[in-house]
Write a protein that binds this ligand. Structure first.
Ligand code: GAR
Length: 190
């Protein structure tokens, strides 16, 4: 049984799907939610699932050993980013290497990088007149949205899409694939 930590900054709908998915199996469990915002929706979702949630500031993440100490305390084997909007410091990326995964709501390398998160991504996709969008699940290398791609899935962009309707379809892809891809990656470790 492997131990997962999820870093999240926002609502936490992906984090919740991942917690539920692993509660039902015996590959791994989500042991820790790490969040840089005490008012984020993910905090309540963690509480509902009985998963420990710890809050830190960007400076604590960058400049202290607080977060790496927690990863140690919970014997974390695998790190998942789910709507986490800060860069992980080398203390985490060096330690976990390929055992860190991120999801991004576009077909990277398109519409990634600084400022590209959540509905901003979908607005940019529509603005650019793209005919397809989707999700990218990738390794994390210390630069935003740039690690090696593990998996992509597509959805068409429809003529009357708004950022919200496109976001809904992209979220459905995230929920369908992210927990399964995480499990596949964890199984490769064993
Ligand atoms: C997700 O759509 C995820 O792909 C995106 O943030 C959303 C978080 O939603 N991540 C990024 O944009 C990373 N650059 P959630 O908090 O409801 O899971």
């Amino acid at each position: 049984m492997r131990n997962i930590a999820i870093f999240a900054s926002g609502t936490g709908t992906n984090a919740e799907r991942i917690m539920s998915y692993f509660e039902a199996g015996n590959t791994a469990r989500v042991r820790l939610i790490l969040c840089n915002k005490s008012t984020a929706g993910v905090v309540e979702r963690a509480r509902k699932h009985g998963v420990e949630c710890r809050i830190f500031t960007p400076a604590e993440l960058r400049e202290t050993t607080l977060v790496t100490d927690w990863l140690e305390e919970f014997a974390i084997d695998y790190v998942v980013l789910a709507g986490f909007l800060l860069l992980l410091p080398p203390a985490v990326t060096d330690r976990y290497g390929e055992r860190i995964v991120n999801i991004h709501p576009s077909l990277l390398p398109k519409f990634g990088g600084k400022g590209m998160y959540g509905d901003r991504v979908h607005a940019a996709v529509l603005e650019a007149g793209e005919t397809r969008s989707g999700i990218t699940i990738h390794h994390v290398n210390g630069r935003l949205d740039e690690g090696a791609v593990i998996f992509q899935a597509e959805t068409p962009v429809l003529p009357d899409d708004t950022p919200e309707t496109l976001a809904t379809r992209v979220h459905e892809l995230e929920y369908a694939y992210y927990p399964r891809i995480i499990e596949q990656e964890i199984l490769k470790m064993q």
